[in-house]
Design a binder for this molecule. Sequence first.
Ligand code: FEO
Length: 427
Amino acid sequence: MNTDIDVSRHRNAVEFADGVYWIGALDPTLRTFDIILRTANGTTYNSYMVRGSEGVAVIDTVKENFSDEFFARLESEVDYHEIKVIVLNHLEPDHTGALPELMQRAPQAKLYISQRATSMLKALLKPSADEFEYTTVNTGDTVSLGDRTLRFLHTPYLHWPDTQCTYLEDEAILFSGDVFGCHYCDKRLFNDQVGDFRFSFDYYYAHIMRPFKKHVIAALKLIEPLKIRQIAPAHGPILRERPRRYVTHYRELSTSSLTREIGSEDRSLIIFYMSSYGNTARMAEEVSEGAAEVDGVRVSLYDLEGGETEPFVDLIEEADALLFGSPTINGDAVKPVWDLLSSLAVVNLQGKIGAAFGSYGWSGEAVRMIENRMKGLKMHIPKEGVRVKLIPTEEELGECRVFGRDIAEVLVGKSAENSVIDFADLV
Ligand code: FEO
């Protein structure tokens, strides 16, 4: 078994357990993946092959323009007629680019995909889709290679609806798709031999898996009970040394630290604001005071002028309600508010309570623009925002206080929502 390798020097399959091979490709010059992800040293497209007494299984393929490397490694160990099974853990093109050609070369092979992958498969293979037999599988389903068995785990939304993991029972190897992967290209291939990839691992989690934390937790319930000797992800190093720690790390990354800190009984309400002449700041203080009057609500007040955006993203992810205060300048909310709102694509805001407020000079569009943005992020806006022309009066500050209290009471379920904003009203 080859354990000391430089896979950039050859195009052979790499055996890393008895009859189990890496047949993937290196992409060391890639610097941007899927437009949004940066990588300092490329990535790998990991494909695997398992040989059983009654045939060979191929698990995932590679990006299309790396097909030559994939087929060369595959051919170094098997003839195409031996391939009985093709498993697709995930149908994104970086793992299915070589699939149409593989299916042409091994037409007898049966395809195993998750139920939710069906429509994607048809879109991928277009008219030729009907020519191929495929089977949809769910958690607990198995496919036999004679003397060894592959078992499937349904792990949707990690990070597409179609995603699944595949477990080789006798070797306790988890072929995990994008889960536990990272964009890190190292010709030494294994986690105990490659460079320090911790940053890449966490960065990948933060951008790919983080928006789907609740699905990560659901998947971990399936994965954690498994005996695991190695984890073979679709990108980055094969995790053969202490693989369990990566499972544990996913659990940590997916668990709310705020809940541990303030107790699961309390709800977190965060107010962010910017103020040019102190008027929106005065409103923010009153909103904060009002919200703090409600038992069971932990209120935080932050001036965006004094903070970095990135740490706020962590707070926002774990908050239950988010309020934004902005003046209107040139018919718009101010840039720091938009900067923060536009940096939230990595977190799931669906169902969180949102509200807006702000002082304005003559037009006052900012509040409704922010509400629109929060609606677009699938947040729930229980009350129409408070707008004050220029300097708030004592009466208007009192309204701000009531506004904060009302939002907090909605948050803890003490108040009916008396002013639900319909999207159509916002035009
Ligand atoms: Fe590596 Fe989601 O594809």
